[in-house]
Each structure stands twice: as structure tokens, then as C-alpha cells.
Design a protein. Sequence first.
Length: 252
Amino acid sequence: MEVKKILVVFDPTTDTQIALERASLIAKHEGSQLHLFSCIHTKLPEDESGEVDSLIAAQNEILEETIAPLVERGIKVTTEIKWKKDWYKAVVKAAQRSGVDAVIKASHSHSATQRLFKKTSDWTLIRQCECPVLLVKHKPTGEGRKVLAAVDLRKEKDAYEAINANILEFCQRYVESDISEVHFLNAHKDLPTRPDRGGMIRACGVDSEYVQLSANLVVIGNSARSGLSAAVNSNTAERVLDDLACDLLVIP
């Protein structure tokens, strides 16, 4: 799973661009090209439509100033600005149009009610992007990261074989890069009897400091859905989005 080109969502509402910081680290290590995408919009009177060009020009200056340090470090960066009200759908279209291998966006926690009754940008990207989506919640430290990858190994779930393969390939690249410690998780909810997890930990002699992994990144597969099933149900990636305090990589 090569990551040659990454679309990075620029947040025009803040000076701290944690998604771009994370993307720059990946680009430096993988040699990836970054495509910094910004979508802006504000309500203007009909006779002030010429103001749009002025606002786009001002935003372009901000982007050029933002990417200057990255360009000096040898990272190839392109920029794109769109004037759209529905900015998260604009991100999906930009990702398709640009042929990127991944999308990186800063993520913020939402309540269950907000997620249920409003199409948040995170959910839109998870459901509609055809490439992996990395949702960044914390400023990168540059230190080695603990990765927890969730795979589905049930034999009857053949549809997940391709997703599992993509997850394993991603994790292999991380291990080979020697910058991460990777752990795998396979969860079962329909076991006839639930194991005594505390007893298993004690029987295996696992030190208490290793019981909680404190992962920096969770990798999970995603089966996209739309329509009524998307409105009524939510897949695993969406359900864990606000429960996790760490970054989340969703692989289709």
C-alpha cells in the first residue's frame, strides 16, 4: 500500500494544522507528495460576488506561507482552494479528482447526538472516500508510535480478506520503517462463554504496565455504506471514532 500522494485537509479556522504536521512526517519518510486542500465559503450579497476572488486570493497567500517551510525541507506540495458551502463533500471530490492514495484530516470529538442527527465531515469522509482516511487527533511528537490494527479473521467473512490484506501491508511498511510497534486485534462478540480476561492476564504473567496498550494509532477496516443502512446503522469505524483518544486510520 504505497502512499505516493496525500490530500491534506487544511482547516481555515485555526492556526494549528495538525493534519499537515502528520502528513509532512509521512511525506518525509515515504517520499510522498502532499496536496493541501482548502475549502472556504461565506454568505455574500449577490452584488458582492467579486469578493469571492479576493477571499480566494487571500486564502492562497495563507496556504503558500504555510507550505513554504515544507518546500524548503524538500517536500513536494501542491495547493488547491475551492469555494463551496458543503466542504466535506468537496474534499471527497477533490480526493477522487486528484487520484490521491490517502486523505489526512484533523478530527475533533462529537457527542452521540451530534453524530446521529448531523452529517459530520469525519463520517462523510469515512463513508465516501475510496482511499484510506487518517483522522488526526493530536499533534505529532515524532517519537515511535504504538499501532493497534484490528483485523477480521472469521472464515465466513470473505469480503474482509482484501481489507485485512491492506491492513497487514500497511503495518508491514510501518514495521520495516522501524518507527512503530504494531499490535493486532481480532475481536469476537458471539462466543458461547466469555473468557475471564483478568484470569488470563494473571495466568500469562503479564505485567500490569502492559495491560493497557496506550496506542497512538488505531487501524481499522471499513465497509462503506450509504442510504437507509447508513442512517440507521453505523459501522465499526464510525462507532469507535469518538471513543478513541488516539489517531484513527480507516482503510477501505
